[in-house]
Design a protein around this ligand. Structure first.
Ligand SMILES: [Zn+2]
Length: 374
């Protein structure tokens, strides 16, 4: 999938052949020109093949684990799924990493300390090297035992120096932005209950749907502290808000839309009704939404309707058939990774190019939908 390693052996061969064959009778300037030609033509064709960003929507049964791998092989994982199950979720993430051709995960964002997001981290860290884990700051929900356990396990991994820790605040660039050589940028738009105070570049339009927005109750859990991330790759804009709740969404898009239009929306909170308000969906107006619901977690019919009715939507994809949704509130089977019945842990993969075009691939059905640049 990542073809970069092939470039260097072929270049090395080209260079060594040029040196040995030409060293006795060819002027040095010709050798340099030949090497430059071989290098640039090889690099150009290889660069064309490499330009895709790959995003793996790993099925962690109603938790989150979304792996981004840039053309140059830099990686960012948003959340790590659940604990237990003999490392089921960590195994699935590692399988996606292998498909992408990476042996290390450079950055992991833990959106918040609920167990379906941070729970898989110890098992993951035991299976694959991790560079830096990015969080919103310390856990603030001390009344929920699984959340406290997830936080404690995180502290133990930090004490064992399994990875570095970085705490971000709204407006910060994630470090992959500086290490990515292929133009991927990631910005925190929410963290620890705060959101960006200025619109992102190109955003800031008035959001008419705010006039009808309810006053949502203030969430008291870790959900509202989720690290939300906006990722840009060339012309493409991708939004992941973790489990950010509607009260905080309102601060992001009302009365002005600080986020702007989004191409790909990773549906917040597994498609549960505490998130994905009409004001958010009307503001970001995604072309494609991908929902990491489980069979019995998330996928709420009212949210499904809000997404389906959003102004620019071309397709909603689901990681699971939603039992609650039934016949009326599930997409067609070809857009679902895991249909009714025994779970197979199927993933979805999105491949994106800097000009704004992208594909979504369902390995279960071998169905690939192409979305041209807009
Ligand atoms: Zn969750």
């Amino acid at each position: 999938m990542l073809r970069m390693p092939r470039l260097f052996p072929s270049l090395l061969v080209a260079r060594s052949r040029t040196r040995t064959a030409a060293s006795r009778r060819t002027p040095i300037s010709c050798i340099i020109l030949a090497v430059l030609f071989l290098s640039s033509s090889g690099a150009a064709s290889s660069a064309a093949a490499q330009k895709a960003l790959h995003i793996f929507f790993v099925d962690v049964e109603g938790g989150q684990a979304t792996l981004f791998v840039t053309p140059a092989g830099q990686s960012l994982l948003i959340d790590t799924g659940w604990p237990g199950n003999d490392g089921r979720d960590a195994d699935r993430i590692v399988a996606a990493a292998k498909k992408a051709g990476i042996r290390k995960i450079d950055y992991v964002v833990i959106t918040h300390f609920h167990t379906d997001h941070v729970g898989g981290l110890p098992q993951l860290a035991a299976r694959i090297p991790i560079g830096t884990v990015i969080d919103h700051g310390d856990n603030r929900e001390s009344t929920d035992a699984p959340t406290v356990q997830g936080w404690q396990a995180y502290q133990e991994l930090l004490a064992a120096k399994k990875f570095k820790r970085l705490t971000v605040k709204p407006g910060d660039s994630l470090p992959i932005s500086s290490t990515s050589v292929d133009g991927l940028q990631a910005t925190a738009v929410s963290a620890d209950g705060a959101v960006i105070d200025h619109p992102l570049p190109g955003a800031g339009q008035e959001n008419a749907s705010c006039n009808n927005t309810e006053a949502y109750p203030a969430d008291q859990t870790e959900n509202v502290r989720s690290v939300g991330t906006l990722i840009t790759f060339g012309k493409l804009r991708i939004l992941d808000l973790g489990d950010l709740t509607r009260d905080k969404e309102t601060e992001l898009v009302c009365p002005r839309n600080k986020l702007g239009a989004i191409d790909i929306y990773i549906v917040s909170h597994h498609g549960w009704s505490q998130s994905s308000s009409p004001a958010l969906l009307n503001a970001i107006a995604p072309r494609v939404a991908i929902m990491d619901n489980g069979a019995n977690k998330g996928g709420t019919p009212s949210v499904w309707d809000i997404i389906e009715k959003s102004p620019r939507l071309e397709n909603l994809w689901q990681l699971h058939y939603s039992d609650e949704g039934g016949a009326a509130h599930n997409v067609a089977a070809e857009f679902i990774a895991n249909p009714e019945g025994p779970d197979a842990g199927n993933y979805l993969e999105l491949t994106a190019w800097p000009n704004g075009r992208f594909d979504v691939w369902n390995p279960r059905t071998a169905k690939r939908i192409h979305y041209p640049a807009r």
